[in-house]
Design a protein around this ligand. Structure first.
Ligand code: EPU
Length: 343
C-alpha cells in the first residue's frame, strides 16, 4: 500500500494549512483496509479531499486517505443505479451523471470534495441534499474488518449530518456510495437564484447556473484558500426566532418541519460587522460571510482564533451559538470545535 512518513499535508487541505502527518496511508482495496485495521491506531483521521477539514496543530494524527476509484452504472425501467468509489471527485461525478442524462444531483455541482465524503456531512446546496438520492453506503468497519452496507434510512441523514459523522465517526471508512436516480426527473428550482431560469429547464441549465452562482459568491479554494461554509446555519426555537425577528425584521429565516427555525449564519455574521474583516493572514470573505479565508501562510490556530471571534461576536449581538461545519483535527484526532484554541 502506498504510504508516506512525515508528510506535509499543505496540498491535501483546501485551507492550505501546513501540518505534518507522521504517517499517511492510501488504501485501494479491502485487503489494505484490513491491514490498516490490524494496526489499531489510537488516533487517526480519514481524509477525503480536505475541503472540510481544519488541521489545528503543526502535526496531524495518522491519516488514512482511501483511494478507491471507479464508477459503475446499471439501470432498469424506472431508475439508474450508479455505484461510485470514494476517491472520485464529487464535481466530476456530477458532470458524469448529467452528461449521461442521469439527473438529480445537478444542483450539487462544484461542491469541493470527494464522492466518499459527500454522505458524511450530507452535502447540500440550492434545494438538494445528497442523501435525497443515496440508496446505500458501503462502509468498512475496522472492528469487524468487513464491509457493512447502510441503507438510506440507516444513514440517518439530516442537515449537514449523518451516522458517519456521529456514531460511526473514527470507526471505519466509506468505500463506495450507491445512488438511485429515478428516470422521471423533476427540476428543483425553488432557490431564488434558480427560479429565474426560463422554461423548459434542463438539468444542464441548472448545473450551469449553479456553477455560475457559486463562482460569483464563493471563493475558488485554489485562489483563496478556504473550506466553504465554515459554520452551519443555526437552528433556533420558534420562540427565540420570534424575539429576534421583532428586533431584526429583515432577518432571513427557514421554518423547519419540527417547528424550529433555521437562520442564515452568513447574515448574522454580516450584521455583526464581520463581513470582509481581516486580521493578519486570515479573514472573513467579503462576498459570503460564512466563508473564512487563509490569505497567505496562516496556522491552523489562526483560523481557530478567527472562528472563536466570529462566534463570540454573533453570540454577543444575537445570543445565537454558531456551530462549525468544518471538522477540527488536532494531533490527537478530531475534536469538538469548542474544545480547541482556548486561551
Ligand atoms: N447572507 C447575507 N450575508 C452573507 C451571506 C448570506 O446576508 O454574507 C444572506 C443571503 O442574502 C440570504 C441568506 O443569508 O438571504 C442565505 O444565504 P445563501 O443563500 O447564500 O446560502 P447560505 O445559507 O449562506 C447555504 C449553504 C451553502 C450552499 C448555499 C446554497 C450552509 C452552511 N451553507 O449557504 O453551502 O451553497 O446555502 O444552497 O448550509 C457549504 O456548505 O460549503 C456551502 C457553500
Amino acid at each position: 500500500m502506498k504510504k508516506h512518513l512525515q508528510f506535509s499535508v499543505k496540498a491535501l487541505n483546501s485551507f492550505n494549512i501546513q501540518a505534518i502527518a507522521p504517517k499517511i496511508f492510501f488504501p485501494t482495496s479491502l485487503v489494505e483496509l484490513t491491514e490498516l485495521a490490524n494496526k489499531h491506531f489510537t488516533h487517526f483521521y480519514v481524509l477525503g479531499e480536505g475541503s472540510n477539514t481544519l488541521f489545528c496543530d503543526e502535526k496531524t494524527p495518522v491519516l488514512i486517505k482511501p483511494s478507491f476509484k471507479g464508477i459503475e452504472l446499471t439501470e432498469d425501467n424506472d431508475s439508474f443505479y450508479v455505484k461510485v468509489a470514494c476517491a472520485e471527485n464529487w464535481h466530476d461525478f456530477v458532470e458524469y451523471c448529467v452528461n449521461k442524462k442521469i439527473y438529480g444531483i445537478e444542483n450539487l455541482a462544484l461542491i469541493p470534495g470527494s464522492a466518499g465524503a459527500a454522505p458524511v456531512q450530507n452535502v447540500g446546496a440550492y434545494g438538494v441534499e445528497v442523501g435525497d438520492f443515496i440508496d446505500k453506503v458501503s462502509w468498512f468497519d475496522f472492528s469487524q474488518q468487513a464491509l457493512v452496507n447502510y441503507s438510506n434510512a440507516q444513514c440517518k441523514f439530516s442537515y449537514r449530518d449523518s451516522i458517519f459523522k456521529q456514531k460511526l465517526n473514527g470507526r471505519g471508512v466509506i468505500t463506495h456510495v450507491y445512488f438511485k436516480f429515478p428516470k422521471i426527473w423533476h427540476p428543483i428550482i425553488s432557490y431564488q437564484g434558480l427560479s429565474c431560469l426560463p422554461p423548459p429547464v434542463s438539468a444542464q441549465d441548472i448545473m450551469q447556473k449553479v456553477i455560475q452562482l457559486r463562482q460569483e459568491k464563493l471563493p475558488d479554494p485554489k485562489v483563496l484558500a478556504n473550506a466553504g461554509s465554515f459554520f452551519k446555519n443555526p437552528m433556533v426555537t420558534n420562540a427565540c426566532f420570534k424575539a429576534l425577528q421583532q428586533k431584526y425584521p429583515a432577518m432571513p429565516f427557514y421554518p423547519q418541519s419540527n417547528g424550529n427555525v433555521k437562520l442564515a449564519a452568513g447574515w448574522l455574521i454580516e450584521q455583526a460587522g464581520l463581513k470582509g474583516f481581516k486580521e493578519g493572514d486570515v479573514g472573513v470573505h467579503e462576498k459570503q460571510a460564512l466563508v473564512l479565508i487563509n490569505y497567505a501562510d496562516a496556522l491552523g490556530q489562526d483560523i481557530v482564533k478567527l472562528a472563536k471571534h466570529v462566534q463570540q461576536q454573533v453570540m454577543k449581538q444575537f445570543n445565537v451559538q454558531l456551530q462549525a461545519e468544518v471538522r477540527f483535527i488536532t494531533q490527537q484526532g478530531e475534536v469538538d470545535s469548542a474544545s480547541v484554541g482556548k486561551g
